[in-house]
Design a protein. Structure first.
Length: 58
């Protein structure tokens, strides 16, 4: 269940980021790059601390 919540959160975050950049033009190119890198780092950190895996360990 936490895998699906995590995946939904990542997809919503990406949608918000791309929406702010390309639909509303709120953030520029450099802001988009910084936000994308920060989001990638935060996703990796949250995934490792919450021990979320999408592979079967059988």
């Amino acid at each position: 269940m936490k895998n699906m919540m995590f995946l939904i959160g990542v997809v919503l975050g990406l949608g918000l980021l791309f929406g702010l950049r390309y639909e509303f033009n709120v953030i520029g190119d450099m802001g988009f790059r910084i936000a994308a890198i920060l989001m990638l780092v935060s996703v990796l950190v949250i995934r490792s601390t919450a021990k979320i895996s999408f592979f079967s360990h059988s």
